[in-house]
Design a protein around this ligand. Structure first.
Ligand SMILES: NC(=O)c1ccc[n+]([C@@H]2O[C@H](COP(=O)([O-])OP(=O)(O)OC[C@H]3O[C@@H](n4cnc5c(N)ncnc54)[C@H](OP(=O)(O)O)[C@@H]3O)[C@@H](O)[C@H]2O)c1
Length: 250
């Protein structure tokens, strides 16, 4: 079975490719670096020839509202018809838990991506993950003014990239569900508490303040906006274990 991993050089893509390699699957790690560009269409037809499964793990180089929307819309407009022509039997995409429960530019772009997949006629599974633990620093930076990080005390359940990749690979190797599957980390706690624990552990002296009015990337969030509402598939790596692994790898 040939599997094409779009964004195969990225954070989740490279880990997913490593799992497929280890399990002896035939795969293509596709990205602009390897001559496959979902925006220009370059190399797409060749990469998809003979593929049964496509795992789309690409991400926009820019997170600016309009740029990210254009990225995911253009990518899907190019990938999905090319998959239909190539006879791909399963399109897997990585999305985000709660994108339809809070409003920000990046989440709007992911909603648009999901809608295009659902309407394409290509059998699919959408994996919605909670925020990656690797993203905690970016969240803290984006919520900081000076030495203070303001975050709403809503529920948060981040997942490690090392848990995301095997779950994505497992979904890709199973039959398409034509539905959404949610995955999350093993630990659920208030957003401000998790970021405060993270900053303390990495020696970042910024102070975290719980602020019910604080926004997440500009969007208002409520108690359960960012966590799965139903029972998700859980990863195994909590914050402490992730910190231990990150520090060991540094
Ligand atoms: N951050 C989170 O907390 C979170 C949570 C849930 C889901 N997600 C989703 O997870 C997915 C993967 O994220 P990530 O952090 O692993 O991404 P990433 O590390 O930023 O990697 C992005 C990948 O996309 C590729 N790419 C960029 N432009 C491309 C193009 N025009 N054509 C083909 N490939 C292109 C890059 O290739 P090059 O290396 O060649 O540039 C790279 O392989 C994203 O869809 C994101 O929305 C993220």
């Amino acid at each position: 079975m040939k599997i094409v991993v779009i964004g195969g050089t990225g954070l989740i893509g490279s880990k997913t490719v490593a799992i497929l390699r280890q399990r002896g699957h035939e795969f293509v790690a596709a990205s602009p670096q390897s001559g496959v560009n979902t925006i220009t269409g370059e190399g797409l037809k060749e990469a998809l020839a003979g593929a049964q499964v496509v795992i789309d793990l690409a991400n926009s180089p820019s997170f600016e509202d309009r740029a990210v929307l254009e990225f995911f819309e253009t990518s899907e407009h190019n990938i999905l018809p090319a998959e239909a022509v190539a006879g791909v039997g399963h399109h897997v995409a990585l999305s985000i838990v709660g994108i339809d429960r809070t409003d920000n530019g990046y989440f709007r772009a992911k909603v648009a991506q999901e809608k295009l997949i659902e309407a394409s006629g290509v059998p699919y599974t959408i994996v919605r993950a909670t925020q990656f633990l690797e993203f905690l620093r970016g969240i803290a930076d984006s919520s900081a003014v000076g030495n203070t990080v303001r975050l709403p005390p809503v529920m948060f359940q981040p997942i490690a990239a090392d848990d995301v990749a095997p779950l994505v690979a497992e979904v890709a190797l199973a039959p398409p569900r034509n539905d959404i599957v949610e995955i999350a980390g093993p630990e659920r706690a208030p957003f401000n508490e998790i970021i405060a624990r993270y900053l303390k552990a990495v020696g970042d002296s910024r102070q975290v303040m719980s602020d019910p009015e604080a926004r997440y990337w500009g969007g208002r969030v409520e108690e359960r906006s960012l966590v799965p509402l139903a029972e998700p598939r859980l990863g195994r790596i909590g914050l402490d274990e992730w910190l231990r692994r990150s520090q060991a790898a540094a």
